[in-house]
Design a protein around this ligand. Structure first.
Ligand SMILES: Cc1ncc(COP(=O)(O)O)c(C=O)c1O
Length: 381
C-alpha cells in the first residue's frame, strides 16, 4: 500500500538528508566523549558539538553559543527552565493553547506555591496580547507561551507579547517546538529570555535531541536541575557556574548532536523560508480541497496566513479516531487523532473532548500526496 506520512507535527519524517549518515559516521569512526579526552577524536567531536551550538545561535539570532544548552527534547528543556527559575509565590501567565510540556511542569510547581493564569485565546486559537496586562500582578514573574499551536497550527503574536514582557520586566519563555525550523524565530525580535526547541520536528533532526537558549542574566540565576560530571573543574565536587557546563551534567547525546548538526546544515543550505513556502503551498492546496468536502470542519484558521503546516479537522457525526484509524488502515496515511497533549487548546477550539484528526505537513510531502489524502477523506466522510 502507498504510504503518506502526515504526522510531522509529532515528529518529522523523513529527516534531512545527511542526518543518518552523520550519526553513523560518528558512531563508526569517532565514538569519543567530549571534554574528557586529550586525543584527536575527542577534539573532533568537541568541535562538532560547539559548531552545533554556533549553528543554533545563528538560526535563532542569538549572541552566545555557550548559552545554547542541549537536552533530550523540549519537554526536558521546559522542565529545567521552569523548575530552575520559578519559586514559591511566583505567578506565571500562559495562553490557553499550551502543550502539556508547559502545563504539567507548571501544575507540578503548584505544589511548591507557583501559580498561573491562562489567557483565553479565541475560537481559532489567536491570542490578544493586551489581555496579558489584565493578569499581571505583583507576583507575576514570567510569561510562558507556545509560538504556534500543535493542534490547529495558529501562530501566536509573540512579538507583541515580548514587548509587553520587556515593558513589565517579566521573563519571556518561548516554546518553539512547532516553529523552530519552520519559520524564522528571532531571540532579539521576540525579546525572549529563553527559547526552548526540540530537534526532531521541523528542525528535521533525530529524536532524543532538544535544547534551549537562555539569556546571560537568567543563566546566572537559574538553579541547576541535575548535577554531575562535565569534564571540567574535575577537582571540585560542586557544579561549575559557567555555561553550558552549569546546565549540562553527564555525557551528552553526541550521535544526536551530530545528526542535528547535519539537519541544521541542510536547513541553512535550502533556506527555512524556501522550505516553508513549499510546505505552505501544499497546505493551501489541502485547505482548498477540504473546503469542497461536505461534512467536515476545519478547526482553527481557514487560510494559510499566520499558521504552520498543522491542519486539524472535525467530522461531526463520525468518530474522529475511527477516521484517523481508517486513513491509515485503508489508505496508508499517517495522521494523529485525539487531544495532542493539549486539552485546553481543544477546549478553546471547541473540540474537547472529541478531539480532531490532525494532518501535519513538511516540505517533503508532494502535491500528489495532498490530492490522494483529499480523495481518501472524501471517501471516508
Ligand atoms: C507545542 C509543543 N510543545 C512541546 C512539545 C513536546 O515536544 P517533545 O516531545 O519533543 O518534548 C510538543 C510536541 O508535540 C509541542 O507540539
Amino acid at each position: 500500500m502507498k504510504r503518506v506520512y502526515l504526522d510531522n507535527g509529532a515528529t518529522s519524517f523523513p529527516k534531512a538528508p545527511g542526518v543518518a549518515e552523520s550519526m553513523m559516521d560518528y558512531i563508526m569512526n569517532n565514538g569519543a566523549n567530549v571534554g574528557r579526552g586529550i586525543y584527536e577524536s575527542s577534539f573532533q567531536a568537541e568541535n562538532i558539538v560547539y559548531e552545533t551550538r554556533e549553528k543554533l545561535a545563528k538560526m535563532f539570532h542569538f549572541h552566545e553559543p555557550a548559552n545554547v544548552v542541549f537536552t533530550k527534547n523540549i519537554t526536558e528543556s521546559l522542565n529545567i527552565v521552569l523548575k530552575g527559575l520559578l519559586t514559591k509565590n511566583d505567578h506565571v501567565i500562559v495562553s490557553s493553547m499550551e502543550h502539556n510540556a508547559v502545563m504539567r511542569p507548571l501544575n507540578s510547581l503548584g505544589k511548591k506555591g507557583v501559580s498561573f493564569s491562562r489567557i483565553q485565546c479565541n475560537q481559532v486559537g489567536e491570542l490578544n496580547p493586551q489581555d496579558i496586562l489584565r493578569q499581571v500582578n505583583g507576583n507575576t514573574r514570567a510569561v510562558v507561551m507556545t509560538h504556534a499551536s500543535n493542534v490547529c497550527g495558529t501562530i501566536l503574536n509573540l512579538e507583541e507579547v515580548g514587548k509587553i514582557c520587556k515593558d513589565k520586566g517579566l521573563m519571556f519563555i518561548v516554546d518553539a517546538a512547532q516553529t523552530a525550523g519552520f519559520m524564522d524565530v528571532d531571540f532579539k525580535r521576540l525579546n525572549a529570555d529563553v527559547i526552548a526547541f526540540t530537534g526532531h520536528k521541523s528542525l528535521l533532526g533525530p529524536q532524543g535531541m532538544g535544547g534551549f537558549l537562555i539569556s546571560d542574566d537568567l543563566a546566572k540565576v537559574i538553579e541547576t536541575f541535575i548535577e554531575g560530571g562535565t569534564g571540567s573543574l574535575s577537582d571540585k565536587e560542586i557544579q561549575p557556574e559557567y555555561m553550558p557546563d552549569k546546565l549540562e551534567a553527564g555525557t551528552q547525546n553526541i550521535p544526536g548532536i551530530y545528526g542535528l548538526n547535519a539537519a541544521l546544515e541542510y536547513l541553512e543550505k535550502r533556506g527555512i523560508e524556501n522550505l516553508r513556502s513549499i510546505e505552505m503551498n501544499l497546505v493551501q492546496e489541502f485547505l482548498d480541497g477540504l473546503r469542497k468536502i461536505n461534512g467536515i470542519e476545519v478547526i482553527g484558521k481557514k487560510s494559510v496566513n499566520d499558521r504552520t503546516g498543522v491542519v486539524s479537522i472535525d467530522v461531526p457525526g463520525k468518530d474522529n479516531a475511527d477516521i484517523s484509524f481508517r486513513l491509515n488502515d485503508e489508505y496508508g496515511i499517517s495522521t494523529r487523532c485525539g487531544m495532542h497533549c493539549a486539552p485546553s487548546a481543544h477546549e478553546t477550539l471547541g473540540t474537547f473532548p472529541r478531539g480532531t484528526v490532525r494532518f501535519s505537513f513538511s516540505h517533503f510531502n508532494t502535491l500528489e500526496e495532498v490530492e490522494y489524502t483529499l480523495e481518501a477523506i472524501k471517501k471516508l466522510t
